[in-house]
Ligand binder design. Sequence first.
Ligand SMILES: NC(=O)c1ccc[n+]([C@@H]2O[C@H](COP(=O)([O-])OP(=O)(O)OC[C@H]3O[C@@H](n4cnc5c(N)ncnc54)[C@H](O)[C@@H]3O)[C@@H](O)[C@H]2O)c1
Length: 308
Amino acid sequence: MVFRFPFHIAVGPNACYRYFWGTQHVLHFEVFDMTVPGHGLLSGKTGVIFGALNESSIAWAIAEAAYREGGRFILSNAPVAKRLGGLDALAEKTESEIIWADATSDEDLTNLFEAAKAQFGQIDFIVHSIGMGINVRKDKDYTELNYDWYQKTLDISAVSLHRIVTNAMNAESVRDGGSIVALSYIGGQRVFTKYSEMGDAKALLESIVRSYGYRLGKKGIRINAISQSPTRTTAGSGIEGFDAMFEYGEMLSPLGNADAASCADYTVTLLSDLTRMVTMQTLFHDGGFNNMGISTALVEALSDKLGR
Ligand SMILES: NC(=O)c1ccc[n+]([C@@H]2O[C@H](COP(=O)([O-])OP(=O)(O)OC[C@H]3O[C@@H](n4cnc5c(N)ncnc54)[C@H](O)[C@@H]3O)[C@@H](O)[C@H]2O)c1
């Protein structure tokens, strides 16, 4: 076996051990940081980030990236998430305050945006990274939906975006030229059978992005959805067949599935002034998945199955 020196062994998303031969042929190793360096894209900007639950959450990665880019923000999640206790570590790391708010409650959101105003004056960005499919979680097929749960799914996963924007605008909380980003999935535009009711929720979410985008344009405020690859998170793995969908994405996408950290990097560009003329879009962040029909990897896997 031929080793090239120095060689790198990844030990996590942001860290690596680097082995190298030092003088007198002694093998050394050091840990170095692989994090993308900040570019100050959000320097001087403030905001609210909804939906970080634990280290695997997409919003967690977004908060880390926003902080790295110089942004400062409030972290928010539903009060029921408080007992899980995971958010404190992120708050400490990003010097953020946590304000608990149920995104389906106007009262909670009013209080949140008043608190944001007290802390920052007007804010520049909002990230909506909230989702929950109640029927999906309870394994109810699309043809047998419990309508109370369905209503709740739509309320949490889509209408909450409308509520958040309305409450923020009523509180005159968002600065002209601000940016709002919501997380979506291609199941809102194409049928992914196991995604079930969540496909309807994402279709509604993306429609709210367009409908509100028109109204916010008068203030120069932008709103976009990012349609993200399957990502291993608490919400993601709550979907039956998630592993198969993940593998399918991996085999179909020319770049493979996009992970949470790269989604976070893309998100900060949308929160920055560099994308100031982009609004009302659903932007695919999926390694090219949405433009594929079938890939050679899938043809070969199916051919193997067919024995041809
Ligand atoms: N994981 C994936 O494969 C994937 C792919 C594309 C899009 N998304 C979307 O990304 C977003 C973030 O999900 P995630 O995968 O990081 O999972 P996650 O479970 O880490 O995040 C979902 C968040 O929604 C919060 N939430 C639920 N009900 C709420 C309420 N009533 N009020 C406020 N917050 C509430 C949860 O506490 C949690 O923090 C969701 O919109 C999800 O649909 C996820």
